[in-house]
Design a protein. Sequence first.
Length: 369
Amino acid sequence: MKVEMTTILETKNLNYVYEGGKHALRNVSVKIPTGCKVAFVGPNGAGKSTLFMHFNGILKQTDGEIEYDLKKVDHSKKGLIQLRKDVAFVMQNPDDQIFNVIVEDDVAFGPFNLDLPMDEVRKRVDDALKMVGMEEERKRAIHHLSFGQRKRVAVASALAMQPKVLIMDEPTAGLDPEMVHRLYEIADEVNMKGSTVIISTHDVETAYSWADLVIVIVKGEVLAQGTPFEVFSMRDVLEKAGLSVPMVHELNEFISLNKGTNIYGRTMSTVLLNLRRACAPGTLYVMRPGYSGEMHGRVGMYGSASRSFVEKNAVDAPIRFNAIERCIEDVLNGNDATLYLDETLDHVLDRKLLDVAAHGITIMVEERR
Ligand code: ADP
């Protein structure tokens, strides 16, 4: 999603003291640009959840200001209903959020309360359950599901609201590795439709490659905010926050120092760029769901429609997750690759191709539909 320069959420010197005296947020001033992908990182107890609960009005600041869409958050009942139509919050623990017995009822609850026509509610529930891969469990009792499945239901309930801002508090904790990748793919899809996506995470690797903006918070204070590259270059901040340096960042720094080059990227494909000898890149074949002609090299898929096409047609696609990145790696290694890609996600590919082009390498892309 192209980041616009408007601000969707802003806090100014926000303080929050819990009953009992815990001063959980200290003069927090952050600006979240509209359409941005934001990762909050920091140790447990830093105040991330407390801040998120201010974003959708569950908590009201002790002092300072918070604005949504350039207006002060209105904590009246009417104001909060309006705010929560736009700002969906997936809590860290799904059991704090889910209160229906049956999966599909929980997902339908939000849209139903927006007074949407029943057909629209049904469609939103179907789409949301499909996105998180829970459509087959839709009639099941939630308390029979595993933790990871309950978390997916909580995410689906938020997706069904089609929020302008989707906030997910440690969304990947408790999910299996496949679902972790899938979740970031979903976040990209939501972002592509124009929503701002905010997450908290301990996973610095993904924060580094996924986010547009990284905000480090420690003991209730914001220690740094900036691009992933800026923030993860601040070793003193990382040390204070107990965060490790993303492997890709470290590798690139190391190679650049040794080769005297200056290539710092956010993904493994940039590491490869930095390492590569003079080998001609392969061609990237971009297939649209529905196309079933000849494949070239390894096959991957990115996006719900592509995933659904590949699965329905039993296409032999070994690259199931993080497929744009993996396919570019193959191509940079001199092989061809085939990427089933939803047209709505072209910008994710375009951005990576631009990264590569910035290093003087043009990847040939051929589209098939
Ligand atoms: P994070 O999400 O970064 O792990 P939290 O926002 O959950 O951090 O917590 C920030 C601080 O506020 C911690 O010291 C935590 O113990 C405290 N805290 C969280 N919830 C409550 C509460 N309901 N009552 C009192 N203190 C709380």
